[in-house]
Design a protein around this ligand. Structure first.
Ligand SMILES: Cc1ncc(COP(=O)(O)O)c(C=O)c1O
Length: 407
């Protein structure tokens, strides 16, 4: 069980800016790819960029130059960013499988008759804490194929129902997230199903890479919305690491050595990237056990191999963060200072803001603050990656009867 006395702990990556030590390729995230991916998402009916909130009041309060928060609760009525990756990977993979130029995606779009019949015979399978599975189910429903989704023990009934609502066969297994990933891979192998998973391993990289490429739209929108005032610091949540590594690759491709500092944030009991960097042997390490945290989307014990290669080489700083920071972030974002926009942010969405708040206000974090060089000229970019994807939990945290367990 998570203890309320757990600290924020961190590890800087000494090799992050050493061009001789860095060899992971980020070519797959080039500006041409950004254009392609954005064009794909623009073709989906209902696409529009999600809002970017400029929290000037909070920035003033915390004595920093700017805080921008991209609000993914507005993403295609799905309440989370995940659909950007799943939709792109699903369409690219089905196009390759059926050898057709384009499989359009969107409510009410009818595929050509021949393609429709082939799609109806295809089953996609995945494992999820909620958001990715919902995104795969949504995509499969719109395209006209089947989806099977496995969730770990302890998954929220609300998140399970949100997946079933899109016609997927979804179930909660006896095991943690990494067990669910293994089960999905086994079923894909046994039944000839299409595995749409965001965790890469050495023999399964193409689809995870497409998912990571799909996230480029999110970053491209954010930098377009910010305009010329580029951030100095970017904080990003980390589960299997696909989102964070995609962002790191985007920043490298766009800004090279002038890129902002990238800080990954994970829950204390599922901090596999933090533990891997701290081990210092260049290898990814797995965290086992119940991966107990309120940040369901980040409760992953095994780093994606593609994500690890990129973050190991370029990620600046890795933070392991207790649940209370996520709760703090949800409360602050949901109750803004005058003039700031209100953001409904779920447990995994709000942790980065909660962390920034704690770094800025708690003297116990002064070493981390100094290491980051956070001061009144810092411009901070954050991503609220989900809204209230479990509304009951959201209320319990924001209205007050949730508190971190004490043992
Ligand atoms: C809301 C939310 N934020 C962040 C993440 C982290 O993404 P990744 O697993 O690619 O690290 C997830 C993953 O499910 C999520 O659901």
């Amino acid at each position: 069980m998570t203890s309320c006395f757990e600290d924020i702990v961190w590890q800087a990556n000494p090799g992050a800016r050493d061009t001789r030590a860095n060899n992971a390729s980020t070519e797959a995230f080039s500006s041409d790819r950004v254009r392609d991916v954005r064009k794909f998402h623009r073709s989906i009916p209902g696409y529009r960029p999600t809002p970017l909130a400029d929290l000037a009041g909070l920035a003033d309060y915390l004595d920093v130059g700017a805080i921008w928060v991209k609000d993914e609760s507005y993403r295609f009525d799905l309440n989370a960013f995940k659909v950007l990756g799943a939709s792109y990977a699903l369409c690219q993979s089905l196009q390759a499988k059926l050898q057709c130029d384009r499989i359009p995606l969107g409510a009410g779009i009818r595929q050509p008759a021949g393609v429709r019949a082939q799609l109806a015979k295809i089953t996609c399978v995945t494992a999820t804490d909620g958001n990715h599975g919902r995104a795969v189910a949504w995509g499969a429903e719109q395209i006209g194929c089947h989806a099977v989704v496995f969730m770990p023990t302890g998954s929220s009934p609300a998140r399970l129902e949100n997946i079933r609502r899109h016609g997927a066969e979804a179930s909660i297994i006896d095991g943690n997230f990494d067990d669910a990933v293994r089960l999905a891979a086994e079923r894909a192998e046994q039944n000839g199903w299409l595995l749409i998973q965001d965790t890469a391993r050495p023999d399964y990289t193409q689809i995870p890479e497409r998912i990571m490429q799909g996230y480029l739209t999110l970053f491209d929108e954010a930098f377009e919305q910010i305009g010329g005032r580029e951030p100095t610091h970017v904080f990003i949540q980390c589960g299997v690491g696909s989102l964070a590594a995609s962002l790191q690759a985007f920043l490298l491709q766009r800004f090279g050595s002038r890129r902002p500092m990238l800080v990954t944030v994970e829950p204390t009991r599922a901090a596999c990237f933090y533990e891997s960097i701290a081990a210092g042997d260049g290898s990814a390490h797995t965290v086992t056990g119940g991966l107990d945290t309120i940040m369901a989307g980040l409760a992953c014990g095994k780093p994606s191999s593609l994500a690890w290669n990129i973050l190991r080489d370029y990620g600046d700083l890795f933070v392991s963060c207790p649940d209370r920071a996520a709760a703090r972030g949800m409360r602050v974002l949901g109750n803004p200072l005058p003039g700031d926009r209100r953001i409904i942010s779920g447990e995994s969405g709000a942790v980065t803001l909660g962390l920034v708040y704690e770094i800025a206000t708690d003297p116990a974090n002064h070493r981390l603050r100094d290491r980051l060089g956070l001061n009144e000229s810092s411009r901070i970019l954050l991503f609220s990656t989900e809204g209230d994807t479990d509304p009951q939990m959201y209320r319990s945290i924001v209205w007050g009867d949730w508190s971190p367990a004490t043992d």
